[in-house]
Design a protein around this ligand. Structure first.
Ligand SMILES: Cc1ncc(COP(=O)(O)O)c(C=O)c1O
Length: 424
């Protein structure tokens, strides 16, 4: 690794105005954590909120619903308000509830309303499998065969989806389009405003899975006119494993009713009136269903406050700086070791992680793990490296690239079993 890269990285770290956040995260004492796009690290703020709720449970018992510092009854409303700036929504257009996949199902119950002439759903071949399962399931529920009614936009290179290819497949027979903001494997960031325009021109509704962009890329969902969106809070948001997920419903759909109503979606003032008829909350809160998992929601309060404090624009700009350095190093240092960058090079076309492709990606992942460096592997040949702007440094990037270079040049990775096993 040329010395100039290390010097450059150190210079960038010295001038990084987010660097003090690193001390607030719990990271391995030795090694480097680069898996924030699977499970974000725990922050002091998140853990404090969790411990406080545990104490409140011990001491307040049932009174915690109303007497806790952040009353549990309205905790998810607080979390939703803190999430608004992350997705560029208007107040009241976000809810925190359920899990990611359940939110997709729930939104589809209301947003996928096929008519005789419009029965098609458009998604893409590289979409996260759970989303595709949900789309197929929702088609089945309406007596429609996915083989006929789910159109998957193909990928030319197996890594990326061309926005024009989505526009080309659209027609007046398409009822709904569902795409990721950032593709989970390659890290490609799609042009959301372009896609919204293309879908609406054909009279279709469009939703986005923001799981790989929320907390690391800014959004303007309301301004862009996105109909609905959903995301998880355990990746870049660092809300903890299984944190309740997020959803967005555009203002223009505020009168739509949830297809899976439950009492937690009630207008708060009448929820405990226990009337047999559902009175929905006036905002996206109506998409909640049952009692929220308060212990899982608690860390999210600290995590979202921390993100709000750091600011999504600063986070995005550092993320681009980290991934630019990684791509430059991958080209310059790792290119000769059979690595290929599978992520678009333009900053405007990539999210927070970089996909390095290598024929021995699985073995190299195991070798990195044995040295305390935590990437993740996506079959068949991708090592995903996700530097989190709040706790990774430019020097971390140099270290991981050096480690990969040494492993390939020495052949040390060959001692690991080449057969991929259970992956996370
Ligand atoms: C892009 C994307 N969508 C959906 C999911 C599924 O999320 P959940 O398991 O929270 O339902 C994941 C999980 O990692 C994901 O990465």
């Amino acid at each position: 690794m040329p010395m100039r890269y290390l010097e450059k990285a150190r210079g960038l770290d010295a001038g990084d105005d987010l660097r003090h956040y690193r001390q607030q995260f719990h990271l391995p004492a030795e090694g480097i954590y680069l898996d924030g796009n699977s499970l974000g690290a725990a922050s002091d703020q998140a853990l404090e909120c969790l411990h406080r709720v545990i104490d409140e449970w011990k001491h307040l018992l049932i009174r915690g619903w109303t007497a806790a510092r952040n009353p549990w009854f309205t905790l998810c409303e607080e979390l939703a308000a803190l999430s608004v700036p992350l997705v560029g929504a208007r107040e009241g257009n976000v809810a925190i509830a359920n899990s990611t996949t359940i939110n997709l199902h729930h939104l589809l119950t209301s947003f996928f309303a096929p008519t005789e002439d419009r029965t098609l759903i458009v998604a893409d071949t590289l979409n996260f499998p759970s989303d595709l399962y949900a789309l197929a399931g929702q088609l089945h529920l309406r007596g429609l065969l996915p083989q006929e009614h789910l159109l998957l936009v193909p990928s030319e290179d197996g890594r990326t989806i061309e926005e024009d290819a989505v526009a080309t497949i659209l027609s007046p027979r398409v009822a709904l389009v569902l795409l990721p903001s950032v593709l989970y494997r390659s890290g490609q960031l799609l042009d959301i405003p372009f896609l919204v325009e293309a879908a609406h021109r054909q009279g279709a509704l469009i939703g986005f899975d923001l799981s790989h962009s929320v907390g690391v890329v800014g959004h303007q969902l309301s301004e862009w006119g996105v109909d609905f969106a959903f995301w998880c809070n355990y990746k870049y948001v660092s809300g903890g494993p299984g944190a309740p997920a997020g959803l967005f419903v555009h203002e223009r759909h505020k009168d739509r009713l949830p297809g899976l109503p439950g009492w937690w979606g009630s207008e708060k003032s009448v929820q405990f009136a226990m009337e047999p008829t559902f009175v929905p909350a006036p905002d996206a809160g109506r998409w909640q269903v049952g009692t929220p998992p308060i212990l899982s929601a608690a860390p999210l309060l600290g995590a979202l406050k921390l993100l709000g404090d750091a600011g999504i624009d600063r986070i995005r700009s550092k993320s681009l700086s980290l991934t630019s350095l990684l791509i430059d190093l991958a080209d310059d240092v790792l290119g000769a070791c059979d690595f290929v960058v599978g992520t678009p090079r333009e900053g405007s076309r990539r999210g927070g992680h970089v996909a390095l492709e290598h024929p021995a990606a699985w073995q190299l992942t195991q070798a990195l793990l044995s040295q305390g460096i935590v990437p993740d592997f996506r079959p068949p040949n991708v090592i995903r490296l996700a530097p989190s702007p709040l706790y990774n440094t430019h020097e971390d990037i140099c270290c991981v690239v050096s480690a990969l270079e040494r492993l390939v040049r020495s052949g040390a990775y060959l001692q690991f079993d080449p057969q991929p096993r259970v992956v996370t």
